[in-house]
Ligand binder design. Structure first.
Ligand SMILES: *Cc1c(COP(=O)(O)O)cnc(C)c1O
Length: 359
């Protein structure tokens, strides 16, 4: 596809202190846009200066939340070159989310070209310091200017970029999480498997409740039995019981199929570490903790890579995991994954893709 590029005449100053980047607070000079109509399909691919998007107030996304997104990163290698981590996985997942939300798919090669082109145009924005990266946020919104409830006929695909530091100010320090017994994130047959903004809107109340009580994240239980573990906040979750790593399986469609999750499972299998994808109940976890058999717990996601869990709170009780410290499996997964991502560990899994687009 032929992407037109319009460069900004007013480039912004890049952040002087990369240790203060935080997450998703500043954006680069450019963005990628592409429109969809029934007659033309996906058309008019373009890189333009970053800025507000004008939409009709009746645009469907504002009313019925027909919206989806992705999250991935570009990393600066020690030699100064830039690489992406498994971008094909994100694009495949984006198209699966499109199917669930009645949004037209985007040709995977075009989506990759779009992402690589805008990253290349803003390549100077990929930070250099340890722990930093350029977060890539592709998203699609429904733009039909009308209020009838049905799938939109027009859409906008956009890719914006944000230089980011460590996701948690505390770095790899274990977080405290709260088991959520009142609210649920999704139910079987719903959109739990889709990376949709609407899922987040529905989860805010649980997240807020946890934060008000001093916890960083929510541990979501399944919406039907209120027993099985789904996810932790916006991350997939792993528990290590008696040396076996267990993560909830994807079978019920409740769980977002994380690229980090899949990569952890593949690494563990490669290392010969016992790993199981299966249903895991909150009772099994609390019983294992009581018996001293719960070795570790951690969340996984692109933003934080690995987020160790040091404490669980449930129904007035506190359960400390691994003395509140990061476990050896979480540490090994973090060192390997993040090392592969930033090019300091050899990519023995073939997961990285060097940026070769010139812009
Ligand atoms: C994005 C996301 C994840 C993590 O997926 P990664 O591909 O590993 O970043 C997990 N859960 C939810 C709900 C998510 O939106």
């Amino acid at each position: 596809m032929k992407i037109s590029i319009t460069r900004t005449t007013q480039p912004k100053a890049k952040p002087a202190d990369e240790s203060k980047l935080g997450f998703g607070k500043i954006f680069t000079d450019h963005m990628f846009l592409m429109n969809y109509s029934v007659e033309q399909g996906w058309h008019d691919p373009r890189v333009v200066p970053y800025g507000p998007i004008a939409l009709d107030p009746s645009a469907m996304v504002f009313h019925y939340a027909q919206e989806l997104f992705e999250g991935m990163k570009a990393y600066r290698r020690p030699d100064g070159s830039i690489q992406l981590f498994r971008p094909d996985k994100n694009i495949e997942r984006m198209n699966n989310t499109c199917d669930r939300l009645c949004v037209p798919r985007i040709d995977p090669a075009d989506a990759l070209q779009a992402i690589e082109t805008v990253v290349a145009v803003d390549s100077d924005w990929v930070p250099h310091s340890k722990g930093t990266s350029l977060y890539i946020r592709p998203f699609i919104i429904a733009t039909d200017p009308q209020l009838g409830v049905h799938p939109s006929h027009t859409y906008l695909f956009a890719v914006i970029l944000s230089p980011v530091g460590s996701y948690y100010a505390a770095g790899l320090d274990p977080v405290k999480i709260m088991v959520e017994r009142e609210y649920v994130r999704c139910v079987k047959g719903g959109t739990g498997l889709a990376k949709a903004g609407g899922n987040y809107a529905a989860s805010l109340i649980g997240q807020k409740k946890a934060e008000d009580m001093g916890y960083a994240q929510v541990l979501w239980l399944d919406g039907v039995h209120r027993t099985y573990i789904d996810e932790v906040g916006a991350m997939n979750v792993f528990f290590v019981i008696d040396g076996t790593v267990i993560t909830p399986d994807l079978c019920d469609g409740n769980i977002l199929p994380g690229v980090t999750r899949a990569s952890c499972v593949e690494l563990l299998k490669k290392w010969g570490t016992p790993v199981e994808e299966r249903k895991l109940s909150i009772d099994e976890i609390l019983e294992a903790q009581a018996a001293g058999r719960l070795d570790e717990a951690f969340g996984t996601g692109t933003a934080a890579v690995i987020s160790p869990i040091g404490e669980l709170y449930d129904r007035g009780q506190t359960y400390v995991i691994n003395n509140g410290k990061i476990g050896s499996i979480a540490q090994k997964l973090y060192d390997t994954l993040y090392g592969i991502q930033n090019g300091t560990v050899e990519d023995f899994m073939g997961w990285t893709r060097r940026l070769s687009v010139k812009a």
